[in-house]
Each structure stands twice: as C-alpha cells, then as structure tokens.
Design a binder for this molecule. Structure first.
Ligand code: PCA
Length: 198
C-alpha cells in the first residue's frame, strides 16, 4: 500500500517569462509535510500534447488530494478556479508552438467539471492567515483549464482536486514592459501552503 501524499503541480515558464511562480512554489513545497501529509510536487510542461500524460502518470500514484497551480499574470490576488470547461482555445501557442481553437479537452466529455476542493474553507484559511484571495469563475481556455479538466475527468468525485491561479511574482513584474500587479514569491509559497493545509 503506497503511503498517502498530496499532489501539487506547477507549470514550467511560458509566453516569454523566465520563471513561473507555480513552478517555484511547487519546488519550495516538495517533500514538506503539510496538514500531516507529505507534498509531492510535479512540474507540468506547457505543452497541450504532453501535459495530460505527465499529469495522468502523477495521478496514477493515488494522491489523497490534488492542487494544480499555474500563473495568471495580471490577476491581483491568488484565485481558486471554480470550474474547468471542455474547451481548448489558445490565444498563445503552447511551448511546442501548438495552437488550439474550439477543440474539446476530452471529446465526448461533459461540458464542465466543478472544483472538488473546499473552496470556502480555503478562502477562510487564507483570510485567517492574512492572504487575500478569491474564487474565479474562469480558468481561461489554455493549459491551466486543460489540466484541471483532465484531472477532474480522471479522478471523479472521490479525491479533492482543483486549480489555483497565482499572480505574477517580483521577477516577472520587474521584467514586464508595463506595470502590473504582483505578489512576492514568498507570499505565493505561503498562499499555496495554506491552501494545501485547508
Ligand atoms: N498558466 C497558463 C498555463 C501555464 C500557466 O502557468 C494558464 O493559465 O493556462
């Protein structure tokens, strides 16, 4: 019987950024014990063909809970996604240069899956920890939506699973051409840790 763990995923950098805060947070939390369970972090490629395979391999090890994370530059705070849609429609090619338009994530799958994370409990835990955050009603139609849909489709209802979008960190804000919101990486790591605890 494999020992229980929580799966935390981050994404590699994309869209010209040198870093991805979700990758950095996942690395920072790898092997930490949070809420009594060790965290296993897995890095997902920003590659629409490869990401589902890497994800499904990680899911096959039987995590007790799954927290998927990614960057949503421009968002002012950490945001729990409520829903993943069965749609791929990219404004930006993935890291392999592939663009999708009006395609399903899973042909014949349900139109949408809701997050099975305790969204309100996570918001409350963030509030108690002094972390402003909110529930987002769209994860976009890019890789983040794709992996949330893929994970929910693979897992069913039994394992809490959902997506957390992170703001830009200081490195991304410093390299941006126009001023934008950011959250220091240490705070991003803390927000992810508190979400895992909840
Ligand atoms: N953010 C993108 C994909 C990878 C990432 O970190 C998204 O929001 O879809």
């Amino acid at each position: 019987m494999p020992s229980p763990f929580m799966l935390l995923t981050g994404f590699e950098p994309f869209g010209g950024d040198a870093v991805n805060p979700s990758d950095l947070a996942a690395r920072a939390l790898h092997d930490e014990v949070v809420g009594g369970l060790p965290v296993r972090s897995v890095l997902l490629p920003v590659d629409t063909a490869r990401a589902p395979h890497v994800l499904r391999e990680a899911l096959a090890d039987g995590p007790s809970a799954v927290l998927l994370t990614g960057l949503a530059a421009g968002r002012p705070q950490v945001a729990l996604e409520r829903v993943a849609l069965n749609v791929l429609d990219f404004r930006l090619p993935d890291n392999a240069g592939v663009t999708k338009q009006d395609e399903p994530v899973v042909p014949g799958g349900p139109d949408a899956y809701l997050s099975t994370l305790p969204l309100r409990a996570i918001l409350a835990a963030w509030r108690a920890a002094g972390v402003p955050g909110y529930i987002s009603d769209t994860a976009g139609l890019y890789l983040c939506n794709q992996v949330m849909y893929t994970a929910r489709h693979a897992l069913g209802e039994g394992v809490p699973c959902g997506f957390l979008h992170l703001p830009a960190n200081e490195a991304i804000a410093l390299s941006a051409r126009a001023p934008g919101p950011y959250l220091p990486q240490g705070e991003i790591d803390r927000a992810v840790r508190v979400a895992l605890e909840a």
